[in-house]
Design a protein around this ligand. Structure first.
Ligand SMILES: Nc1ncnc2c1ncn2[C@@H]1O[C@H](COP(=O)(O)OP(=O)(O)OP(=O)(O)O)[C@@H](O)[C@H]1O
Length: 493
């Protein structure tokens, strides 16, 4: 992350103002038109009757040393995207290249050497560590699986890794249940870093943690990035975590990227209405802005089903600016400002892309509501209603579509649930995905299928003696390590 800062500073000196310099760093990961559809099968013959379009044509790239944040509501396909780009799941279509090598269709065996370079950190620090294995065994699994003998021996290296993530080398022989959530996540991070990966995909790395611990883990990841030159893709369901750590942010909605921009551009002038609505969910800690007028955007309605996404722009059913073109024509993700790609016919903070199309869809008039903070503050029910909602920054005047903007003074309930039909989707596929993250106390050591970065899979292959009974050690091994700063360090500061 410091590298980013240095790059930015150098770039600013070299290019004319206003255009933030294009990032010249080498592309590490490139994803083109990536899709992942889970088939829905019915009947005795298990005929395919549809598909959950979890990821439905996304393009992005990640440069060496940068952090790409991926945000979006639950069910928009973030985790699926993470599992597909790490090749824990096979894509349905599109391409993934890592360091210029096409890895889209590599077999398990062909992927094995690349497992060292591409690692994943999982959301659930309780579920992702095998409770029957010691910390030493868990963190050393990648060495065993890859047949790597670190200099000085595995034990010494594991103890060094434990220290690196702020744990004590003495923890080597302890079991996961002896640790707090934050400590467990550190163990997961140590395991992910064991083979010095180039790319780390972190799927909601802190959302299962207590708020007071979240900042410690975020700061740890930040420090490790600087120390080890890591490249991160960090997945989160809201903007408050990724805003501190990301260089660029991709906003996903129903399997698509709707906006991809530098962090600052996204925060200062979001262009997609959905980004704006999401941002209205981020509390504004900035004291300078506290006194200013702010309002919350309440999105109405649920996220539509990824089985049958809406035509045209997928957000049109919940967008307060939607016109006929939004219903009929899918907007492409295009770079409207330098470093800011948006898929919208009527973007915020920019000229309208379809100025001739001015008649709002009737649904748009009720799609959302802007509720001033004062109103919410004064009305308990209104405040309760807006639980899932946010504060938005004072809206910069929308140059395009003033009527639409005016119409947009209406409200929404954010955070809908994924469609119920989804549960019907291909059970085998689902269980495969679950396998990846569930800890499941396996009966006995199984033959190792492949050196997946996947924790349990890795841990399970361990032919270790099981503790006869859960070791009756004192519960919390230790208080959270080192007094880390309470709040995440803003990136680039
Ligand atoms: N293995 C699977 N089989 C069938 N459908 C799946 C599978 N995995 C995910 N899905 C569906 O794909 C869609 C996207 O799910 P995904 O978990 O990627 O979303 P997400 O944005 O990460 O959500 P969350 O933040 O809740 O994890 C959802 O509708 C989900 O039900």
């Amino acid at each position: 992350m410091s590298e980013t800062k240095k790059t930015d500073t150098a770039a600013k000196a070299a290019v004319p103002e206003q255009a933030s310099a294009p990032d010249e760093r080498e592309v590490l990961l490139k994803v083109e038109n990536l899709t992942k559809h889970f088939p829905i099968k019915k009947g005795i013959l298990r005929r395919q009757v549809g598909a959950v379009k979890a990821v439905d044509g996304i393009d992005f790239e990640v440069r060496k040393g940068e952090t790409l944040g991926v945000v979006g509501e639950s069910g928009c396909g973030k985790s699926t995207m993470g599992r597909v780009i790490t090749r824990l799941q096979d894509p349905t279509g599109g391409s993934i290249s890592f360091e210029g090598q096409d890895i889209t269709r590599l077999s398990t065996g062909e992927m094995r050497p690349l497992r060292r370079d591409i690692q994943m950190i999982f959301q659930d620090p309780y579920g992702s560590l095998n409770p029957r294995h010691t910390i030493g065994s868990i963190v050393s699994a990648p060495f065993r699986l890859q047949g790597v003998e670190p200099e000085g021996g595995v034990k010494k290296e594991v103890q060094r890794l434990l220290e690196l993530v702020g744990l004590s080398p003495e923890h080597y022989n302890r079991y996961p249940h002896e640790f707090s959530g934050g400590q467990r996540q550190r163990i997961g991070i140590a395991r992910a870093l064991a083979l010095k990966p180039k790319l780390v995909v972190a799927d909601e790395p802190v959302s299962a943690l207590d708020v007071s611990i979240q900042a410690q883990v975020v700061n740890l990841m930040d420090d490790l990035q600087q120390e080890l030159g890591l490249t991160y893709v960090i997945i989160a369901h809201d903007l408050s975590v990724v805003r501190h750590v990301s260089d660029r942010i991709a906003v996903m909605y129903l399997g698509k990227i709707v906006e991809l921009a530098d962090r600052n551009a996204l925060y200062e002038a979001p262009m997609h209405p959905y980004t704006k609505a999401l941002m209205s969910a981020v509390p504004v800690p900035d004291t300078k802005r506290r006194g200013q007028k702010s309002e919350r955007i309440l999105l109405r309605g649920d996220v539509p089903s990824p089985i049958a996404p809406p035509s045209g722009c997928r957000f049109h059913t919940r967008c307060w600016k939607a016109t006929e073109i939004c219903r009929t024509t899918e907007p492409q993700l295009v770079e409207l400002k330098l470093g800011q790609r948006v898929a919208c016919h009527h973007p915020e903070n920019f000229a309208d892309q379809a100025p001739q199309d001015t008649v709002l869809l009737s649904a748009a008039k009720e799609a959302s509501e802007l509720v001033p903070d004062e109103v919410l503050a004064g009305e308990p029910e209104a405040a309760a209603k807006s639980e899932a909602v946010t504060e938005t920054l004072p809206e910069p005047a929308t140059d395009a579509k003033p009527e639409a903007a005016a119409e947009s003074e209406s409200a929404t309930d954010a955070k809908p649930e994924p469609a119920a039909e989804e549960t019907e989707a291909e059970p085998e596929a689902k269980s495969e995905a679950e396998k990846e993250t569930s800890p499941e106390p396996e009966p006995e050591p199984e033959p190792e299928p492949e050196p997946e970065p996947e924790p349990e899979a890795a841990a399970e292959s361990e032919p270790e003696p099981e503790p006869a009974a859960e070791p009756e050690a004192e519960p919390a091994a230790e208080p959270e390590p080192e007094a880390a700063p309470k709040s995440p360090k803003p990136k680039g500061k």
